[in-house]
Design a protein around this ligand. Structure first.
Ligand code: CO
Length: 138
């Protein structure tokens, strides 16, 4: 059901500075940037092979990413797995005893459908399911 790592989310304080860091130090290239007002975050996508790095910065003090940065500093925030059916992946995880942060799929960045599983249920890692759009570099 899960086919590959779609992206690794990294919480950053300053999105412009983080993009420069990844472009200059790792030689990667950011291709897309999007403000998700309802989530209180801005994200930048950096394609790498069939996966991506998702840099995430908070837009508001009440954003969960702001709280994450305050507690942990800049760090890996979540791992996202591509699936052909977010609802089925959530149901599978929930049935297997995982605590779901989303009971049903919701809208993610760049037109995707996503759902999250609580980090306590997956070895301390916030886990995201992303409905595969067939465009890993998008
Ligand atoms: Co993500």
């Amino acid at each position: 059901m899960l086919s590959r790592i779609d992206h690794v989310g990294i919480a950053v304080r300053d999105l412009d500075e983080a993009i420069r860091t990844y472009e200059r130090r790792l030689g990667l290239r950011s291709t897309g940037r999007e403000r998700l007002e309802h989530e209180g975050i801005e994200v930048a996508m950096i394609p790498i092979g069939e996966s991506r790095i998702e840099l995430i910065s908070p837009l508001r003090p009440d954003s969960t990413v702001e709280k994450f940065l305050r507690d942990r500093g800049e760090a890996v925030h979540h791992v996202a797995y591509a699936t052909d059916d977010v609802a089925a992946s959530l149901e599978h995880a929930g049935t297997a005893g995982a605590q779901l942060l989303d009971e049903a799929p919701r809208a993610g960045a760049h037109g995707t459908r996503i759902g999250f599983v609580h980090p306590k249920s997956v070895c301390g890692v916030l886990t995201e399911f992303v409905e595969a759009d067939g465009q890993p570099g998008a």
